[in-house]
Design a protein around this ligand. Structure first.
Ligand SMILES: [Zn+2]
Length: 232
């Protein structure tokens, strides 16, 4: 393989074939919610029950969701590549881990995690959250929230991500819309570092012209094919 240090960025399109839906898809369930009304700290302060319901529903879906061929291909790349592979995901599902990926950053947090706004503890969480759920650490109710990054909040581990981008020689964006910053700016960072840049997506994203190479189609087809080519 010609590349040593690989950074993979993944988005909703990767998990679309795992039964979770995407925000920009045509799944009727999303029509019940305006994402701007459930994904900001202000919404949570104003309508905590609505926000908990939305994330409880999505956390519930995770129990049926399974990683697809694209998740498994990326985990295979991590295991079989002799150099470094860092996967940075915007997805809050746990499907990368379920496929066996371990060198992973959840930049937008995780559905299967709760954050206590009182004591700052972040802990694994698989059940519903409500206003009466007590924090297992500080024992106060009413402070636990989904451990996800909302609009206006800082994504996780940005320093580590930018460091990896500044050293990578291959950057691959998988299933991302190219519309959500700061992730939409990663391709420019990677190019600045001299990396080869690749887009794998259902259709050309908003940032498609920034990539050196692109393959379009369902993630379960284009990702395994690309990984096989890389691993040669
Ligand atoms: Zn607490």
């Amino acid at each position: 393989m010609q590349f040593e240090k690989i950074v993979i960025l993944t988005g909703a399109g990767l998990s679309a074939e795992s039964g979770l839906g995407t925000f920009r898809g045509t799944d009727g369930l999303w029509d019940q919610y305006d994402i701007e009304e459930v994904a900001t700290p202000e919404c949570f302060a104003r309508s905590p029950v609505k926000v908990h319901d939305f994330y409880n529903m999505r956390r519930g879906w995770l129990k049926q969701a399974k990683p697809n061929a694209a998740h498994f291909a990326l985990a295979k790349l991590e295991h079989d590549h002799t150099g470094a592979v860092l996967t940075v995901t915007q997805n809050i599902d746990g499907l990368h881990e379920a496929a066996g990926c371990s060198h992973l950053i959840h930049m937008h947090g995780e559905l299967a995690s709760a954050l206590c706004a009182r004591c700052g503890t972040s802990l694994p969480w698989h059940e519903d959250l409500s206003l009466t759920t007590a924090c297992p650490v500080c024992h106060k109710a009413g402070f636990l929230r989904p451990d996800v990054v909302w609009f206006g909040e800082m994504p996780h581990e940005m320093e580590r991500i930018m460091e990896a981008l500044s050293r990578c020689d291959l950057f691959v964006a998988v299933g991302t819309s190219g519309m959500v910053y700061p992730a939409a700016g990663f391709v420019a960072e990677a190019k600045h570092a001299g990396a080869h840049t690749v887009e794998l997506n259902l259709d050309p994203s908003d940032g498609a012209s920034l990539f050196d190479e692109a393959h379009y189609g369902p993630a379960t087809e284009v990702v395994p094919a690309y990984v096989d080519k890389l691993l040669g």
